[in-house]
Design a protein around this ligand. Structure first.
Ligand SMILES: O=P(O)(O)OC[C@H]1O[C@H](OP(=O)(O)OP(=O)(O)O)[C@H](O)[C@@H]1O
Length: 244
């Protein structure tokens, strides 16, 4: 139903030929390669100073090495860093569902460019690992939004992507419809990690909400020998991420 509604509300944007030369947000004519006009692109930017662990916004004057919020100092999440563009605030609640549920995969490259602009790559990971979908959901959707983002991000950063290391072996209900506790339980036994030799990885998802997905995968990656897991996502929600 949601797919059908979003499909009607917004034009299909699966191929460059589908684009009518209008900004995908304000519908004004626009020449931008980014599919968004100059003004709407500005609304995608968010402040850069954020907690290194949960990406909550912090005052600008805090030094980089001290950028850990009070909550994360008390109860740190399992990953070593969370990097996002910003909070899940407009226009992201418009753009991300269009990408995922209305098949507008041409939105992935401009969103990946925006994320790249917000990443600190002083210590780059060896590999980008997009969070996988179960094959059945990927087949129904026609693509995996995280793989689409990873593909562009890999080209921009020159960091290779590995779409096969993590397998989603269990078809679980969507996280979106569940409470925080249900989200954690929902993912039990959902993923498998293939043998590898990575030590520092970036796990890429579209959104981090409670952190259940990123947390589950971080633990599995640590168990498989990874020492440093960075989580990269377009957005985080404003609720505090639960450590486990
Ligand atoms: O931080 P969390 O609370 O785990 O929530 C975030 C996850 O929820 C969404 O996926 P969902 O399972 O809804 O599937 P989707 O890709 O079909 O939207 C999103 O793509 C993340 O993977």
């Amino acid at each position: 139903m949601l797919k059908r509604l979003l499909g009607k509300a917004s034009p299909i944007l699966g191929h460059r030929s589908d684009w009518l030369g209008l900004c995908q947000l304000c519908r004004q004519p626009c020449d931008e390669q980014a599919l968004l006009c100059h003004w709407c692109l500005q609304t995608l930017h968010q402040p850069l100073c954020r907690c290194r662990l949960c990406a909550a916004p912090l005052p600008e004057h805090i030094k980089a090495e001290e950028q850990i919020c009070g909550r994360c100092q008390r109860r740190p999440p399992p990953w070593q860093r969370l990097q996002v563009i910003g909070d899940y605030l407009p226009p992201y609640p418009t753009l991300i569902p269009r990408l995922k549920y209305a098949g507008q995969i041409l939105l992935a490259p401009p969103l990946a460019h925006m994320l790249a602009d917000h990443l600190d790559l002083a210590q780059p990971p060896e590999v980008i690992l997009p969070v996988p979908l179960h094959w059945w959901r990927q087949w129904r959707r026609g693509f995996n939004q995280a793989e689409e983002l990873a593909s562009t991000l890999g080209k921009i950063t020159a960091i290779p992507c590995d779409n096969r290391l993590i397998q989603r072996t269990k078809a679980t209900p969507q996280q979106t419809s569940l409470s925080a506790g249900q989200r954690r339980r929902n993912l039990r036994g959902a993923f498998q990690i293939a043998p590898h030799a990575y030590r520092h990885v970036a796990l890429l998802d579209d959104v981090v909400t409670t952190g259940a997905t990123a947390g589950r995968l971080t633990r599995l990656l640590h168990e498989s020998g990874v020492e440093r897991v960075e989580v990269w996502a377009l957005c985080r929600t404003l609720r505090h991420i639960k450590p486990g």
